[in-house]
Design a protein around this ligand. Structure first.
Ligand code: GCO
Length: 396
């Protein structure tokens, strides 16, 4: 099997507004971070001040050797109150897109990455159908202002995670455990994705549009146990299949994978003895990426090009990061060798950043940030992955 990726394979890194910008106070996550009894280890605060330092981060991304940068636009900044749109916020994101182009970087823009404006939540949130229309209106205004500069659009980041962790596990906002609200939130996210695709395609510019879906290598344990297989299939229907079903006709599917999930006869079980458990609570299991790419390809019948829009590891051991990514990329090469149409790989994340309820403890970045000075320090894994990107090959 070759170590070379196909001509035109895309190499990128990713962040999200709330995790890097700082001062993002007008959304449900800022409220969640400061709520009585919040599960968040730390508030996002200034994050890594990318609201002001985006130019240097994009320049670093380009200097390392990447050709695209995935970031999200913050709905609560663009529409701070119902129907009140901020030209200043839209102009800010135009400047971010323009900085990408100035550095030869394709801007990959995510329209919703976990955060929702406080006023939208106050008027119902994602388990309420009216939120879909509010998201569509925001998206239409945003694509109208930014579309001519967008290289690729991701509609909603990991709606399955927002629904599951927010409406069943109560660890994300709105912090409820209610099956009926969960089902309604899933239905609303599915509708929002399906209805926003034509809106993004209909705006200025001409760019691929797709969903970015959290996927895991769901493994039945024991593999030949009928109950375990049935339970695994049920979990996957909830967490993946219903989302894959609404991607038909999209321009790409973003596969976002970090590890595997083992499922026994009665539900999710823990890691396997002998496998390291990372700070995020899941196993060091880079092989999951190949499994998820293959499943997405098989499930969609090879009808939608795939893009790895998130893969990475939260670790203080940068050599472990390089090993993780190298193994994950071997899996991508294996998929490509079997004719699977994988268009690119995006490492999560460009920068160490606010990892939601885990605060700043898990370090996913290929660039370290000294948050007392906001100084960026490129890690050896970042230099290495940049060399891989420039070579378009899995090199040492
Ligand atoms: C997610 C989100 C990112 C995370 C990353 C590491 O997949 O949960 O897209 O915001 O920071 O995945 O957990």
């Amino acid at each position: 099997m070759t170590n070379n990726f196909p001509e035109g394979f895309r190499w990128g890194t990713a962040t999200a507004a709330h995790q890097v910008e700082g001062g993002n106070w007008n959304n449900d996550w800022w409220a969640w971070e400061h709520a009585e009894g919040s599960p968040c280890e730390a508030p996002s605060g200034d994050a890594v001040d990318q609201w002001h330092l985006y130019e240097q981060d994009i320049a670093l991304c380009a200097a390392l050797g990447f050709d695209n940068y995935r970031f999200s636009i913050e709905w609560s900044r663009i529409e701070p109150e119902p129907g009140e749109f901020s030209r200043a916020a839209l102009d800010h994101y135009r400047r971010v897109c323009a900085a990408c182009h100035a550095h030869g970087i394709e801007p990959v823009v995510t329209f919703h990455h976990f955060t929702t404006p406080r006023w939208v939540v106050a008027e119902g949130g994602w388990h309420t159908a009216s939120t879909v229309d509010r998201f569509l209106r925001f998206s239409e205004v945003a694509v109208g202002a930014l579309g001519d500069l967008i290289g690729r659009a991701c509609t909603i980041n990991e709606p399955n995670i927002v629904a599951m962790i927010g409406y069943q596990m109560a660890f994300f906002p709105p912090g409820v455990s209610d099956l009926d609200q969960y089902r309604r939130a899933c239905d609303n996210f599915l509708a929002a994705h399906q209805r926003v695709v034509p809106i993004l395609r209909g705006g200025p510019g001409d760019f691929p549009v797709g969903l970015t879906l959290s996927m895991a290598d769901y493994q039945a344990v024991p593999a030949d146990d009928a109950d375990a297989v049935s339970t695994r299939d049920s979990v996957r229907r909830d967490m993946e299949d219903q989302y894959l079903d609404v991607c038909a006709g999209d321009d790409f599917l973003g596969v976002q994978t970090y590890s595997r999930t083992r499922v026994g006869p009665t539900g999710v079980i823990g890691g396997e003895p002998g496998y390291d458990i990372l700070e995020m609570g899941y196993e060091f299991y880079p092989e999951a990426l190949e499994a998820c790419i293959r499943r997405a390809w098989d499930y969609t019948g090879g009808s939608i090009p795939l893009l790895v829009t998130e893969n990475g590891i939260g670790t203080n051991d940068d050599e472990q990061r390089r090993r993780y990514v190298a193994t994950a990329l071997e899996g991508v090469l294996s998929c490509l060798a079997d004719g699977i149409d994988v268009r690119g790989y995006t490492y999560w994340s460009l920068l160490d950043n606010f990892e939601w309820c885990f605060g700043y403890r898990p370090r996913f970045g290929i660039i370290d940030v000294d948050r007392s000075t906001q100084r960026r320090i490129v890690k050896p894994s970042g230099e290495w992955l940049g060399r891989v990107a420039r070579a378009n090959a899995l090199i040492e």
